[in-house]
Write a protein of this length. Sequence first.
Length: 542
Amino acid sequence: MRATWRRLPAKLHDVGWEPGLVVPAADGSPLITDHYFPRAEGDFPTLLVRSPYGRGLPWSPMYGLLFAEQGFHVVLQSCRGTGGSGGAFDLWRNEAADGRATVSWLREQPWFDGTLGTVGPSYLGYVQWALALDPPPELKAMVVQVGLHDPYALFHTRGALRLENALAVGVGMTYQHQGMAPFLRATLRLRRHLREATTTRPLRGAYVPALGGEVPWLDNVMTHPDAEDAYWRGASLAQVAERLSLPTGLITGWHDVLADQTFEQYDRLRRAGCETALLVGPWTHTSALQQGWPEVFAESLSWLRAHLCADPSGLRPTAVRVYIGGENTWRDLDDWPPATVGGQWFPTAQGHLTRQDPTDSTPLASFHYDPGDPTPSLGGPLLSRTAGPRDNGVLEARDDVLTFTGPPLTEPLDVLGPVSARLSISTDTGHADVFTRLCDVDAQGHSVNICDGLIRLRTTGREPSRITVPMSSAAHRFAVGHRIRWQISGGAHPRYASSSGNGESPVDAATFTPVHITLHADSALMLGVRAHGSRLSPAENG
């Protein structure tokens, strides 16, 4: 472990281990639990880590050993129906009750001193929000790392199925708790069968060879694209942050599939007056726990020590620390997003970006989207090894991708905060997806993705539909000589299931219709910018 990650804090205690403890769930089902503890006299606070991914690698060393070395009891538990625990796993529905049952068990343990914290990534973040629905009095702090609070938003974006991520989650939830060898075999099988699983028509059930069998909950999430559907009732725990008073640390990466959920959590916690901190690194969902682990662990440890051990010495003086892409440095900020000046860039018929307002809404450029040869996805917030920033040159050479590029910058330009696109779109079929992306083009012409977004739309008649597409958030410096590029296409497959082009569900449609998509002149790329030389707060000068 220490050979894998440098810059970890020195070990403070030897660690003991009690494996295979049985904790009764809310309905009495056995929840198999491992207990890690410092081999030392005295009282130590407890960390609860509940996971559907098993209790072996990498969870045992990263959470059991490392945190116990630093002076915490660590209770690492397999969620029901996983890792040997009894009952059946049912995505999201049992976590609140089972978390409360586990705390009841903790109260009976002679080593539990009444001080509890929670920590963990991804779905391990969801179980933390579930416990915070009705927080027990012992719960004093949480650290949600690349965390989930809304399962719907993990699988769908404004009605469009996040297909590749759904399949990756299916593999993780089905196989990771069985051990690393079965999980790796399943991951390789998905990789081999990904094309078949994402292009077969109809899409429903096409994943079975790729995942080695049917996964009923995956069928359900794929076939319920409407967030208001009764199927999703109770799934989102967004409201927890709106009334929480529990100190909560948040960690994400700029290319994390759950970054937007983390920014939403931060905003709700701040508006509720809850003590919170935000760390955003140059990471994907998985690399935050790999290359980023020294920073993630240090941030988590400092927060937990401050609020469970009354030791605030490791806390930074500001609420927010973000990694600035392009500049490749960390910057401390008083809040997120920081104060910026709104900037609008408009496309021209010549493929340029200009700051000059358009005079009308005439058709500007168009392209043909063919579901039989869908525009491929490239990089960005994925759960696969292809996630993150990538050279977009090959993608932008396609006929079904529009690009609009600004002039070389004469001074650096910082983009800080939410990015969005205001689109004026018409189509010939009335149904389309629109994918929009911000890129940084360097002096050699390499175009690298910064952030993006997709929307599923319906147009009527000949008049264009006007929509705003959220494109996540960014903290990026465009250097002197670099150019801002705005990329627009009809999809990003298989990251998103391809639009049928005719209004039918992509999961059940057997016939897909090519779409002609037209962009109109009153469209705009909207950025929160801070020009180089703008006055920074004292925190930002650090």
